[in-house]
Design a binder for this molecule. Structure first.
Ligand code: ADE
Length: 343
């Protein structure tokens, strides 16, 4: 029997907040990496201490919503330690042999980055434990009563891993990230504006007025989304023969279906369905996913974190519920029990 987990659908937002655009804009020094100060400070200490001792930094797990810079941090750790980084992902490691081959091909001191580590299956995860803890690989040779285990010594390495679903990481795996488990936070508007000013310089576009503030306001507090909007607004301004200013940003984002709070069409559809079909909730995730014909993971990873951050929905023990602010945003009258919260 195969021990493979069923494959989740690869989730990307409908307006394409994917990572393809990141490379040229990815910061290549701590100085260029804006925000997440506590994480940066911790990583700097971890790296310096390990370097001074002549060892590899211990394993680190990054988690948080997509687009906040987890992969970028991994690249920065590699750059700061002067080590090579090998990049793979949970879904790409389908068999124990895939992981064995990756681990045995590492050179001493390499950094291994596993993105979406929550999608590693259990059997493979168990091979990773001794590799992380003791630097060894246990390989079973043969089958049945004659099967035996041989142990291979691995080169010293640092595992950096990232996940958008930390609740899916088993506690034995989590506890082996002895260098730290760090949660990336949403950025504030000023940080996003600073990221946008840097990005605009790199792609050679001039922003006028407070264009970056208008993009930042709608960016879901997320650098990847902000950079994506910058590029789309740049395209719009270019095609229209206009400067990149507040007005062209507003028009370009309206064309993408992004509203003044940065909600995408799928966010608004979720709020509308909660209001119209479920009386504002509470409604369970699986019911909501079925009503939206959407994957639960997409709702949990892409829509919910931002809607929670804006205070438009809340999570209760009985499911998700709209807040009075959501009704206000939709231009609807909240039910009586929420009305007083608006006053
Ligand atoms: N791109 C992604 N994350 C970033 C950050 N923190 N600073 C600058 N650019 C980024």
């Amino acid at each position: 029997m195969s021990s493979k987990k069923p494959k989740e659908k690869v989730t990307t937002e409908e307006v394409g907040f994917t990572s393809f655009l990141d490379n040229e804009l990815r910061p290549s020094s701590w100085q260029d990496y804006i925000g997440q100060k506590a994480i940066k400070d911790n990583l700097k200490i971890l790296i310096q201490a390990a370097t001074e001792r002549g060892t590899s930094p211990e394993h680190v797990l990054f988690y948080g919503p997509p687009g906040l810079g987890k992969t970028t941090l991994a690249h920065l750790v590699a750059k700061e330690t002067g080590r090579a980084i090998k990049i793979t992902s949970g879904p790409a490691i389908e068999r124990v042999g895939d992981l064995a081959s990756i681990l045995t091909n590492l050179s001493a001191g390499d950094i291994l980055f596993i993105d979406e580590i929550h999608r590693l299956n259990k059997t493979i995860e168990e091979v990773l434990y001794p590799a992380m803890e003791s630097g060894v690989l246990d390989i079973i040779i043969g089958k049945g009563p004659s099967a035996r285990t041989i142990q291979l010594e691995l080169p010293a390495f640092t595992l950096l891993a990232a996940t958008t679903r930390v609740a899916m990481i088993s506690s034995p795996l989590r506890s082996r990230f002895s260098g730290g488990v760090f949660r990336l936070e949403f950025y504030n508007e000023e940080e996003i504006a600073e990221i946008l000013r840097r990005s605009a310089k790199i792609i050679g576009v001039k922003m006028e007025g407070n264009a970056e503030k208008e993009i930042a306001k709608r960016s879901r507090f997320t650098p990847r989304t902000a950079n994506y909007f910058l590029k789309r607004a740049r395209d719009f301004a270019q095609v229209e023969g206009k400067p990149l200013n507040k007005e062209t940003v507003e028009l370009a984002l309206k064309l993408l279906g992004i509203d003044e709070k940065g909600l995408s069409p799928s966010d608004r559809r979720l709020l509308e369905i909660m209001s119209d079909k479920f009386g504002g909730g509470p409604v369970g995730l699986s019911t909501l996913a079925a009503a939206l014909s959407e994957e639960e993971a997409t709702i949990e990873e892409f829509n919910e974190p931002y809607l929670l951050q804006l205070g438009l929905i809340e999570r209760t023990t009985r499911g998700r519920a709209l807040t009075s602010h959501a009704y206000k945003h939709l231009g609807k009258t909240p039910p009586a029990n929420l009305q007083k919260k608006l006053l």
